[in-house]
Design a protein around this ligand. Structure first.
Ligand code: ZN
Length: 322
């Protein structure tokens, strides 16, 4: 028997059934934080994989064949790496150094169960999930929803939602954030509150979005003016070091949350796994790059005085920008 997912070069799911869509409750790049005992955030980071909701006790299987890590039986790890994949929030692991037959290497035999999903706080089925991650231990970590063909039969038909859009002085990603209102002038950061809605496996969840971009168009101006940046915030991969500053160029630190809602600085860009601090210069001279010189007079300006409409679009893994 040849599995369909091999032909499509998609990935099997690491829980049964391997070739059927499961739910996804968190995506690559979602906001994550480490808190101290008082609940203050001491470390910001991007989520390095996806979360697959599964009741505690659900069997977890390795995609690749290999060997269990040489872990201590008195202090078993929560996460197990086999080959290029990492599985976290596990319990009841098979013994250290056991030989593992991966799902990708089985045709008529069964793959080896490496462990089970553990009860994840809060206790009970609410938060139980398998964290699944692709990439070497030092990263970069790839997006399991779009790496090659993605997880087999994954479908995301829930449209992303952009709840709100507002404008801030350039540099507002720092400790001092200054909101600005119409009429806008100078260098502007655009912030959007948005989420994606996941419907894979018939499970309704919300997550961070895959991509978010912005667009501006003049109203009643002749000739009309429009601008659509080529690059945007998008999570094909996350690459350590991805803590602190790069995370705070994507997510607003003043509304930082490891759950919904998510506030994105949409004028910034992720390029080659780096987050670049960009902005919208409303005084930009015609023909200049985004960070080029200001116009001296209105007639030289890329965005002459007038009325504009600004949109932010979110993109799920499969659907178009909405
Ligand atoms: Zn996770």
């Amino acid at each position: 028997m040849i599995f369909l997912y091999l032909l499509l070069s998609t990935y099997p799911w690491p829980i049964r059934p391997f070739d059927t869509a499961h739910g996804v409750s968190a995506t690559l790049g979602d906001a994550r934080a480490t808190r101290d005992a008082q609940g203050r955030i001491i470390r910001y980071r991007f989520h390095r994989g996806i979360d697959i909701p599964a009741d505690s006790g659900t069997g977890v299987f390795s995609l690749e064949s290999g060997r269990m890590p040489n872990y201590s039986l008195s202090n078993p790890p929560s996460g197990v790496r086999i080959g290029n994949y990492f599985y976290d929030h596990l319990t009841n692991l098979v013994p250290p150094n056991d030989t593992i037959t991966g799902i990708l290497d089985t045709t008529n035999t069964h793959p080896t169960k490496i462990g089970e999903v553990r009860d994840y706080p809060p206790s009970g089925p609410t938060g139980d999930h398998l964290h699944f991650q692709i990439g070497p231990s030092g990263g970069p970590y790839s997006n399991p929803l779009n790496e090659d063909g993605g997880l087999v039969n994954y479908s995301d038909n829930g449209n992303p939602i952009v709840y709100s859009l507002d404008f801030w002085r350039s540099g507002s990603e720092g400790n001092t954030a200054t909101q600005v209102h119409s009429p806008l002038w100078g260098k502007i950061e655009i912030r959007a509150e948005c989420q994606d809605r996941q419907t894979s496996g018939g499970v309704n969840t919300t997550s961070g979005i895959y991509k978010v971009k912005w667009y501006v168009r003049s109203i009643g101006m002749n000739p009309s003016v429009s601008y659509h940046p080529v690059d945007c915030i998008g999570f094909n991969q996350v690459q350590p070091p991805n803590n602190g500053a790069p995370v705070l160029l994507v997510y607003d630190r003043h509304n930082y949350s490891a759950s919904s809602p998510f506030y994105y600085w949409v004028t910034n860009v992720i390029k080659n796994n780096d987050v670049v601090d960009e902005y919208w210069n409303t005084k930009l001279r015609i023909g200049q790059a985004w960070n080029g010189e200001d116009a001296r007079i209105n007639a030289e300006a890329e965005y002459p005085d007038g009325r504009y409409i600004v949109w932010a679009f979110g993109k799920g893994s499969y659907n178009n920008f909405v």
